[in-house]
Design a protein around this ligand. Sequence first.
Ligand code: ASP
Ligand code: MG
Length: 332
Amino acid sequence: MSIVVQKYGGTSVATKENLEKICEKIIAYASKKIKLVIVVSAQGKTTDHLIAKANDYSNAPNKRDLDLLLTTGEIQTASLLSMMLNERGYDSVSLTGYQAGILSDSTYGNANIKHIYTENILNYLNSGYIVVVAGFQAIDKLGNITTLGRGGSDLSAVAIASALKANKCEIYSDIDGIYSADPRIISKAKLLKKISYNEMLEAASAGAKVLHNRSVNVGKKYQMPIYVKNAVKNSNGSLVTDDSLENPDVIENKNIKFITKKEDIAKICIVGDMIMSNKKAITKIFSLADEENVTIYMISFSELALNIIIDKDKSESFMKKLHSILIEEETK
Ligand code: ASP
Ligand code: MG
């Protein structure tokens, strides 16, 4: 059985017209006797709006409730798209992350996928259905609904493709593929036909927004070919693949692939004599980052200072907590 997983991102599903175009694309594909799983994001800026709404209704939205609210964005797209496919005469079914069997840990807002129980998806595929799955969401072992981190529907798609041993995973958005730099900033940026998982992982972690970094990591682990393509234009896109397949004829490749930049980050500097050997303080800092779900992008150490780079939106609350555990509690 040949299975293809396609993921459609926020801008490509933003309006009814967008969804109509995607329906056509899916139908053209489905008639080629390929079993299709479609993973969708929330429409347009829905997730941002839901976060703003939560912050409007509550000063401190509880993380579990917030996750439950955010998953409704993707659920809307999935159910609408499935209705539209049905109306056009195709058997299709929409599934939440939970119904698709996606089990995660309980880290609200940034949950890790533990396992995918594929029975439900496979049953529908075998009965000839197009399966539309709401991306970005999962369920923990107790039945709590979780989200996988911003941009996480790429991860849903690659993880589902890997679990189903699909032939490939296609990530559709409003860009033609992966470029040597952000084409909105550098007009001469080149479209890359192929790129290795390792290079893409570096780029995604360094701020290139084309693919979620954890999705690339899962693709690498399961050797899942990931195509990044334009949702409306007919382009070949870019293929993310293994190093050995990326450029098989060149033994040592010295080409520079791309240049990227990351915004909305903050540098936090923690100063204390001989901090480098202050194991107690260092343990506290990293444990706090773990508890608070703060990603550390870069670290630099000297005898006197530890500098870390984290996301700007988490920097104030992280700094307050660092101050509390490293200075207030110590001098009590
Ligand atoms: N809708 C979610 C977000 O905006 C997930 C995604 O788009 O991949 O982060
Ligand atoms: Mg995305």
